[in-house]
Design a protein around this ligand. Structure first.
Ligand code: UT7
Length: 333
């Protein structure tokens, strides 16, 4: 069976207008700009507004319009929408269908939400690649969009300083013959033995948000930061090493490394384990904090737009999140 190649044809991003600085957070919880910068590298984050339609499908609409324009296609060229989101607009209809309407897509294309927490966009990339490789679709819109401010416990200093809202989108497209751009390889894993270390147990069917949940103030996420930290560094570095090895490459062959933007210390430790020079690592966590599955596509868009990432260059993505999921992708941009 002939396999087609998949390329990232266009990128886009959106972050809400409202900036919340560490100083502002330290007025409401027992923290400080110094602690947050030293332990995470984060200086500020964006917080979405429902009035400004900065919920997931609204942010994704803004990011997707940029990605579609940059890909040089029309909205009705999209064959499938994949929407990675940890907390969707609503339980159903899915956010991908809401996005179809918002973009004015009238071709009735398929629309699917994916939840692999912060790794969701990398999971979506692998799914989309398979659907394009096998010839089923030609243009897939893949969004990673998160409104973490809605599940952030704003009185828990262990978690609330870490997250922000935002969206990143790409159009994945069947590559033409002779096109140097293509997705080369990817790895997806999940270690459910550690699933309780990053969890939002209420709000689903098992424990709907009723009075008892509110009485216990249990409607928020909770996290064992050190378990997640260690797992993140271990899985991201080993997945990247495996991808390089099985594609007969070394880190010297990689032009850019875009790790999930969760914590500068995680990014730096992973980079060191991979022996990746600092100047090859794309970092914007200081401005947006951890935007979960939006972080890699948004950072990609920034680096493409400012001219760092060029066509044909080799790029490595690595992500981790609740599950504990993890994944990495190697590609020629
Ligand atoms: O996409 C996946 C999302 N999750 C992550 O990426 C999280 C991964 N984990 C981490 O990034 C780090 O573990 C944290 C940034 C969450 C915490 O850093 P740490 O170096 O592991 O700190 P710690 O948990 O060991 O806490 C050290 C101290 C504690 O005080 P005591 O017990 O030593 O007195 C905490 O209570 O820092 C305290 N602390 C804070 N202090 C000021 C925890 N959060 C804060 C805070 N401000 N925001």
């Amino acid at each position: 069976m002939e396999l087609f190649k998949t390329k990232i044809a266009g990128t886009g991003k959106y972050h809400p207008e409202r900036i919340m600085t560490n100083a502002e957070l330290s007025e409401t919880v027992d923290t400080s700009d110094e602690w947050i910068v030293q332990r995470t590298g984060i200086k500020e984050r964006r917080v979405g507004s429902i009035e400004k339609e900065e919920f997931p499908s609204g942010m994704a609409e803004r990011a997707a319009k940029i990605a579609i324009k940059n890909a040089g296609i029309e909205v009705n060229d999209i064959d499938l929408i994949l929407f990675s989101c940890t907390l969707p607009d609503m339980m159903f209809p899915n956010s991908a269908s809401c996005l179809q309407e918002r973009l004015g897509i009238t071709n009735k294309c398929g629309a699917l939400d994916i939840n692999a927490a912060c790794t969701g966009w990398v999971y979506g990339l692998t799914m989309a690649n398979s659907l394009i490789q096998t010839g089923i679709y030609k243009n897939i819109l893949l969004c990673g969009t998160e409104m973490a401010s809605q599940f952030n416990n704003w009185s828990d200093r262990n978690t609330c300083v870490l997250f922000g809202d935002g969206s990143g989108a790409v159009v994945l497209q069947r590559a033409q013959d002779g096109d140097s751009s293509q997705i080369l390889d990817s790895i997806l894993t999940s270690d459910s033995t550690k699933k309780d270390s990053l969890i939002l147990p209420a709000g689903g069917s098992k424990r709907p948000v009723r009075q008892d949940v509110l009485d216990e103030d249990a409607q928020w996420m909770s996290m064992d930061g050190q378990v997640v930290f260690k797992n993140a560094v271990k899985t991201m570095s080993s997945h990247c090493a495996t991808l390089l090895e099985r594609n007969n490459m070394t880190i010297d062959d990689v032009d850019w490394f875009i790790p999930h933007q969760a914590n500068l210390r995680i990014i730096e430790t992973t980079g060191k384990l991979l022996k990746c020079p600092e100047e090859k690592v794309i970092i914007n966590v200081e401005l947006y904090a951890n935007t979960s599955s939006a972080s890699i596509p948004a950072a990609l868009h920034e680096a493409v737009t400012d001219g760092r990432i060029k066509r044909g260059q080799t790029v490595l993505f690595a992500a981790f999140g609740a599950g504990l999921t993890s994944g990495a992708t190697l590609l020629k941009f």
